[in-house]
Write a protein that binds this ligand. Structure first.
Ligand code: ADP
Length: 485
């Protein structure tokens, strides 16, 4: 995995615990695989509860001194980390593509996006304003201080191995918190490489930890240890519910970014080319493995056939292959389990009467590849409408009226992102207001940016990442009542 890197030392095969690079106490490791080839690219320590506890205790020791620094001093360290991420963007992107599979251009893009959170929250650190509130009586002065939550924990997924970490770590450090990260066991090298750069940037020892290893023992310590005051989790709804329950015992604060089932609605009055481009970007980025990927494409009858034809042409032209190869637009899925799920969804839809418009292109001989697919004739009762497919499959459902589209869009327990294309200003206002989602893209398929609050409602979770609200997730309000004035 270090082949061809300018800074081979960015590849670390040790965990970062209590400010030191170390192996697991028991000496055990877990292997990391390149999903494009099935080859093992390296291994990292299989840490457990004991290493996690040490990381938490060191974080507690480091946090007070860090919180006592001025916001400007903290911002200076974050600025250096941001710049180092960009200086080593190519190396970080290669590491990511090897362990995650996404095309190199997307990996580069993700490193830029990941770095943008570090820049943004470093700047926001200086603006953690409190309040002065006119008192209810003459002798009282009321103020509100914003203070760091304390020691935080982050559990992150494999689909964005860098950005899902920085959008938790950057606001935590900016706010004056310490944070212990458990990256996905599928993509730990990206997390460790960023920790190398954080250390180089001057993040004090112990303040940031990256504990690699199996989810359960590390997760149990992070959720059970009373020193940890907050958990931020991005991942599946099922695991989010377990973690929420596990945090109840110590009443931790929580931010949960869970699964989605994003509708992508195309109305008759949409700009067809823009809608196709938006669907391609939203659906096929990261081979369809993002929680804001369009999962259900709902198209009004009057534009349906033209849309399906244009979408099929664009999908048929996608280049599939190893993300390291030039021009590749769709890499492999993360692993065989993911592949089985996508195959299962397509088989279920076809068995229930859907039509495959594109799909079944020849695949590379090895690796977890699935050919980009467009399905039409999708009807209620098919799994693709209920569950998150997390793969390069675009299922299209025909609808007649605006009312029907809104009802179908909201008919899910999830509420993360929704998209629609229309040029009618009245419809844009009505539909935007009625969609039960935390994020709505109107005539736009790419909505992620560090300046806006990303987060869901319903069983997609709660809390905001990015934007000025993202900092509040790591700050507590302290109301001070000064009497006798
Ligand atoms: P995905 O389906 O995207 O892999 P998961 O929810 O399984 O989503 O994984 C997201 C993160 O949660 C990963 O870091 C994974 O290791 C972690 N995780 C999975 N199960 C548990 C658990 N029981 N306790 C703590 N962390 C877990």
């Amino acid at each position: 995995i270090a082949d061809g890197l300018q800074r081979p030392d960015l590849v670390r095969r040790q965990a970062y615990v209590a400010g030191r690079w170390c192996d697991a106490d028991a000496g055990e490791t877990i292997q990391v695989t390149d999903p494009a080839t099935g080859e093992v690219v390296g291994s990292v320590p299989a840490c457990g509860a004991a290493e996690t506890r040490r990381a938490i205790e060191a974080a507690q020791a480091a946090q007070l001194a860090w919180a006592a620094r001025s916001a400007k001093e903290r911002a200076t360290v974050l600025r250096r980390w941001f710049e180092l991420m960009l200086t080593h963007q190519d190396d970080l992107a290669r590491i990511m593509t090897r362990e995650q599979g996404k095309p190199l251009a997307e990996s580069r893009g993700e490193i830029g996006y990941a770095a943008s959170f570090i820049e943004w929250f470093g700047e926001e650190a200086k603006r953690a304003y409190g309040d002065l509130i006119p008192g209810p009586t003459r002798d009282r002065r009321i103020s509100v201080l914003k203070q760091p939550v304390g020691v935080c924990a982050a559990i992150t997924p494999w689909n964005f191995p860098a950005a899902m970490i920085t959008r938790k770590v950057a606001p935590a450090l900016a706010a004056g918190c310490a944070i212990v990260v458990k990256p996905s066991e599928l993509t730990p090298f990206s997390a460790l490489a960023m920790a190398v750069l954080a250390e180089q940037a001057g993040v004090p020892p112990g303040l940031l930890a990256v504990v690699t290893g199996h989810a359960r023992p590390i997760g149990a310590e992070l959720t059970g240890n009373p020193i940890v005051r907050k958990l931020s989790f991005t991942g599946s709804t099922a695991v989010g519910k377990q973690l929420m329950a596990a945090c109840a015992g110590t009443v931790k604060r929580l931010s949960l970014e869970l699964g989605g089932n994003a509708p992508f609605i195309v109305f008759d009055d949409a700009d067809l080319d823009a809608a196709v481009a938006g669907a391609m970007a939203s659906k096929f980025r990261n081979a369809g493995q993002t929680c804001v990927c369009a999962n259900r494409i709902l198209v009004q009858a009057g534009i349906h056939d033209r849309f399906v034809e244009a979408l099929a042409a664009a999908v048929g032209a996608l280049k599939l292959g190893n993300g390291l190869d030039p021009g590749v637009q769709i890499g492999p899925l993360i692993d065989d389990r993911a592949l089985d799920k996508v195959r299962g969804h397509v088989a279920d839809a076809l068995a229930k009467g859907a039509r495959q418009i594109v799909g079944g292109a020849p695949l590379p001989p090895r690796g977890a590849f699935f050919a980009p697919t467009v399905l039409a004739g999708i009807e209620p009762g098919m799994r693709v409408l209920r569950e998150e497919t997390f793969g390069p499959v675009a299922p299209v459902t025909r609808f007649e009226t605006e009312e029907q589209a809104v009802q179908m869009a909201n008919d899910t327990e999830f509420g993360l992102a929704a998209y629609f294309y229309s040029r009618d200003i009245g419809r844009i206002t009505r539909v935007t207001e009625r969609l039960e989602y935390g994020i709505v893209g109107v005539n736009e398929g790419l909505i992620s940016t560090e300046v806006a609050p990303f987060g869901g409602i319903k069983e997609s979770g709660f809390g905001s990442e990015g934007s000025r609200y993202g900092l509040d997730e790591y700050l507590s309000r302290k109301y001070v009542c000064l009497g006798g004035q």
